[in-house]
Design a protein around this ligand. Structure first.
Ligand SMILES: O=C(O)C(=O)C[C@]1(C(=O)O)C=C[C@@H](O)C=C1
Length: 355
């Protein structure tokens, strides 16, 4: 072997020894931290977010910030599991984008529980079968996921985290390319996110909405003239071949997921707070409700209205604003909103996702 290559590999070996040493030492300390917590909750989203941000800022390259985040989250996942493995309910079955979001946020040392619908994800935590639920709340192309918003109003669960997942849709089938496809399966959201691409490349092909992309993959595996949309991992899981990658109409297509638990998160230094409020049925009532945020100079990253399911108020307004509910500025604005609103519920404060 070339002497130069041999020397470089010897350096990699000694770096790997050092990484092994350090990761083991880190896990040992996490074990001590777990004991020091004395029965208090193990998962600390604010601490994990601070670690991720610090390393992203200190990153000397050549690895990207996203790669550094992925590596450190996986290391934290392994260290956390030395203390306790969280049970996380998500919208299944296996192979969905929701499952990807679970691993992006919690790493792979989790007990990921595939649920049949969003309601079951909430129930899993409410009944104590899971520690956390991870559910989709909005997509950058298709907008809000109404069921999640409706459930969150009624539930006692709190938002303790958010996950942003770039969604790349893959067209897959058992064998072959675009020719001979008679049907394309997909979850309604996926079909909607790819409608222009489908109209251009498969104009006369029937689009069939199914409960999940994984169900589409299961069917496509059994029907040679059918294809399905979904995540690339589904191709491996269901023995399909990839016809075309990235068939979504918007290249920046992203889904935002929420992590829900029994409590929200402590302040991390860069947080968001979600709330839902109902306005009195008077002219200018909504403006009056939002005014305290504007007066305090608090930015709002989201305002979404939904028909109220009770008849007391006509609409509910979902707001995501900057800051933690314990910070004086936001606490003051929230107290003012409470005084003006017909209804106010703080859904939780949580670390803002870094990517
Ligand atoms: O700092 C803690 O509280 C830990 O338990 C350690 C650690 C980590 O690996 O850094 C693990 C789990 C927590 O969610 C936060 C951080």
């Amino acid at each position: 072997m070339d002497e130069g290559l041999k020397a470089l590999r010897a350096r990699i070996d000694s770096i790997d020894d050092a990484i092994l040493q350090l990761v083991s030492e880190r896990a040992g300390i996490a074990q001590q931290v777990g004991r020091a917590k004395n029965g208090e909750k193990i998962y600390r989203p604010e601490r994990e977010a601070q670690i991720v941000r610090r390393l992203r800022e200190a990153n000397p390259g050549p690895l990207s910030g996203d790669t550094i985040e992925r590596l450190i989250r996986e290391i934290m996942s392994a260290c956390r599991a030395v203390e306790e493995t969280p049970h996380v309910a998500y919208l299944g079955p296996v192979g969905t984008f929701s499952q990807q979001a679970v691993h992006k946020h919690f790493g792979h040392e989790v007990e990921a529980l595939a649920e049949t619908d969003i309601d079951a994800c909430f129930q899993a935590v409410e009944t104590g079968r899971a520690d956390f639920a991870l559910v989709p709340v909005e997509n950058s192309t298709e907008g809000a996921i109404g069921r999640t918003l409706d459930l969150i109003v009624e539930s006692t669960l709190k938002i303790c985290g958010e996950v942003m997942l770039p969604i790349h849709q893959t067209l897959m089938r058992k064998h072959g390319g675009l020719g001979g496809i008679q049907r394309v399966y997909g979850h309604a959201q996926s079909l909607a996110q790819c409608q222009q691409w489908l109209s251009r490349h498969l104009p006369n092909v029937e689009r069939v909405s199914v409960v999940s992309n994984s169900e589409g993959a299961r069917r496509a595996a059994a029907e040679p003239d059918a294809a399905t949309l979904g995540s690339e991992t589904a191709a491996e899981l269901y023995g399909l071949t990839v016809v075309e990658k990235r068939v979504e109409d918007e290249a920046s297509n992203t889904t935002r997921f929420l992590v829900l638990g029994q409590t929200d998160a402590a302040p991390s230094g860069r947080d968001k707070t979600s709330l839902v409020m109902g306005a009195h049925n008077q002219p200018g009532a909504v403006v009056k409700l939002l005014q305290p945020l504007a007066d305090a100079g608090i930015s709002m990253s989201k305002l979404e209205s939904r028909p109220a399911r009770s008849s007391n108020w006509e609409y509910l307004f979902f707001v995501v604003c900057e800051g933690h509910r314990e910070e004086a500025k936001l606490a003051g604005a929230l107290a003012e909103i409470k005084a003006r609103a017909a209804f106010l519920k703080i859904l939780g404060s949580y670390p803002a996702a870094s990517s």
